[in-house]
Design a protein around this ligand. Structure first.
Ligand code: NDP
Length: 616
């Protein structure tokens, strides 16, 4: 949509929460969010929607000079509006706190009886309101925090530093409704050393820790690696029933340094591909300080190059199928690597500036080691979390599946892989290629935006995904299952059905988030929220609240069906994945409730089912 106002143009901008317009200068325009950054006469900068800006000519000139003055200056003369301007004189005049400023503060406190400025947990730059009026984004100077008690909560150190904080201008009557949510969300991090030159940001932390808090994190960190090895040992047995408990293997069957070396080679080969200057560079979502990190999108190229290298190795006689004999050792090597990486990540996070910590971190060492303390750990431009999300584990998963296919042919003395193995391989190949093709979408996931990089993601990305998600192929190597063509057709139809739901739902939301005014989405109904982002309430996202999870689960079932019904083990993935997505949905719901408040509640009323219509 073409912009209406040019940079430098002097116009009138509506003050948040009021019907008053003040003279402002257009500073810039963000074409993606369609917001204008405007500057009031007192130096306050806000982001406004086009609807909240009017040309000077649309106002009759008032005699009083106040018509063009800043909201802060008008404060003394105007009658009290529902919303209080947080505007303040420019910093230079603030350095000596004047009597008039004290009076301002007094009046501001009075107005807080009607409208309370509340810092929200979620990071961003917006003044968000839940009263349905247009949202706006403000860059707030630290010393601009109008409420003294609020000011005390924040640590005001670096005069020159800016912090972007999200506020909610909330009418009093809505306070009670939000009280419960708010009581959980705020906790101000203690100020760092005075000498720190970094932002002294008020990172908020949740008191209600996820995953069962510290005990849950301990249990998962110790239990998951052991459980993975147990599953692999079980699956290797001739009778892989749950009652047939495997005996512990000898140490040399679990660990071989050469295999660990091969794992390291794989990891660093992928790292090298990540560094290749091919593929576009995009910006991630805004961080707490307003910065946007840059990411190179070249996962798909990395996949093609890997395929070429692996294909060449196979052609020159490298026996890929033999990796099957070292599968346990490879899994243990990956576990050790993920553990060492987690220790490194935690250690380096201790030196990370506060504004680079994950909103999920808690200040509790064990929990933070698990959930990840630093949000985007980087070595130079190398983003460790982003790299691990899609490269070594996901591409490794496809390679492991190919290994299993070759091992099946070797062990079962087949001239060609079984239909079951072909189905499993091609279904999962499609899944990985899809993820790499739409790599950019990972930048808006909870993993990137919310969770830090710690044991949870390191283990999940580098161990759990390649070694558990390839479980069906691993199972088929020693437990063949013949699938007839009609059955295969039904399974393929199920897979495609799941894929269509998964892909369409994800693409629809990504397109909407990228450009809410996308003409292809014009037919969809939306709910306006106070944060500037709207919510889709029709189309896929009006069907259930997480249609993408539904599609993913249908696909997961289609991956397991080729393994037949002799054992429950190949269905472990569907069972685990259902639990994971139910839990993930609850986490996301919790975050969205905090982010969108009443609008989210409205959405839940309009779309009552979470994942499966009429069931859940
Ligand atoms: P989603 O893609 O489901 O994103 C959730 C976010 O979408 C919300 O936080 C909200 O963020 C936005 N949103 C929610 N409802 C609406 C709506 N009605 N309109 C517009 N935006 C909305 O999150 P995930 O990261 O969990 O999943 C991404 C994909 O990855 C899914 O397909 C999932 O199945 C898959 N996945 C696969 C896993 C695996 O191991 N195979 C593991 C986890 C996920 P905001 O409003 O801030 O944009």
């Amino acid at each position: 949509m073409p912009r209406k106002f040019a940079d430098g143009e002097v116009v009138r901008g509506r003050w948040p929460g009021s019907s008053l317009y003040y003279e402002v200068e257009i500073m810039s325009h963000d074409s993606s969010s369609q917001l204008y950054t405007v500057k009031y006469k007192d130096g306050t900068e806000l982001e406004l929607k086009e609807n909240d800006i009017k040309p000077l000519t649309s106002f009759r000139q008032r005699k009083s000079g106040s018509s063009s003055s800043s909201p802060a200056r008008r404060r003394g003369s105007r009658s009290r509006s529902r919303s209080r301007s947080p505007g303040r004189p420019p910093r230079s005049s603030r350095r000596s706190v004047s009597a008039s400023h004290q009076a301002d503060l007094k009046e501001t406190r009075k107005d807080i009886l009607e409208v309370k400025l509340t810092p929200l947990k979620s990071f961003g730059n917006s003044i968000s309101r839940s009263n349905g009026e247009p949202e706006r984004v403000e860059r707030v100077e630290r010393n601009d925090i109008p409420h003294k008690s609020l000011q005390e909560k924040f640590h005001l150190s670096q005069e020159s530093s800016y912090v972007s904080t999200q506020y909610s201008l909330r009418p009093r009557r809505e306070e009670i409704k939000f009280k419960e949510i708010e009581s959980k969300e705020e906790e101000v991090v203690k100020k760092g050393p005075a000498s720190s030159r970094t932002f002294d940001v008020t990172a908020t932390q949740t008191r209600d820790l996820e995953f069962g808090g510290v005990p849950g994190a301990c249990l998962l960190m110790l239990g998951l690696p052991a459980f993975l090895i147990l599953l692999l040992l079980m699956c290797e047995q001739k009778d892989p029933s749950l009652l047939n408990f495997p005996s512990l293997p000898a140490w040399h069957n679990l660990w071989e340094t050469r295999v660990f070396g091969a794992y390291l080679l794989w990891f660093f080969f992928q790292a090298l591909l990540y560094l290749l200057p091919i593929g576009k560079v995009v910006e991630g979502t805004p961080l707490i300080d307003g910065r946007r990190l840059k990411y190179r999108i070249n996962g798909f190229y990395a996949f093609i190059l890997t395929s070429v290298v692996v294909g060449a190795a196979f052609f020159w006689g490298v026996k890929l199928g033999d990796v099957y004999d070292h599968f346990l050792q490879l899994a243990l090597g990956a576990i050790v690597f993920a553990g060492v990486l987690s220790v490194y990540l935690y250690a380096r996070s201790l030196k990370a500036p506060r504004n680079e910590l994950s909103p999920a971190s808690s200040g509790k060492a064990v929990y933070d080691f698990f959930i990840g303390r630093e949000l985007n750990p980087r070595i130079g431009a190398f983003d460790l979390k982003y790299f691990c999300e899609l490269r070594p584990g996901l591409i490794g998963w496809v390679l492991i599946n190919v290994v299993m296919l070759l091992a099946e042919m070797k062990l079962q003395k087949r001239a060609a892989p079984s239909l079951a193995m072909i189905l499993v391989n091609s279904f999962q190949f499609l899944y990985v290629v899809d993820a790499l093709w739409f790599e950019e979408a990972v930048l808006t996931t909870m993993d990137i935006i919310h969770d830090g990089f710690g044991f949870m993601l390191a283990f999940g990305d580098l161990v759990w995904v390649p070694f558990i998600y390839s479980f069906q192929a691993f199972y088929l190597v020693s437990h063949p299952n013949e699938v007839s063509w009609p059955v295969a057709s039904v399974i393929v139809a199920l897979k495609l059905c799941g894929y269509v739901i998964f892909r369409c739902a994800n693409s629809q939301k990504n397109a909407f988030r990228k450009n809410p005014k996308d003409p292809r989405l014009a037919h969809l109904k939306t709910i306006h929220t106070s944060t500037g982002k709207d919510l889709l309430v029709s189309g896929w996202w009006g069907f259930v609240r997480h249609p993408n999870y539904l599609g993913d689960l249908i696909m997961a079932l289609a991956w397991s069906l080729p393994c037949g019904f002799n054992h429950i083990l190949p269905y472990f993935y569907v069972i685990y994945f259902t639990m994971l997505l139910i839990h993930r949905e609850a986490r996301d719901e919790h975050h969205c409730k905090k982010k969108y408040g009443v609008a989210w509640e409205k959405y839940c009323q309009r779309v009552p089912y979470r994942i499966l219509p009429y069931v859940y």
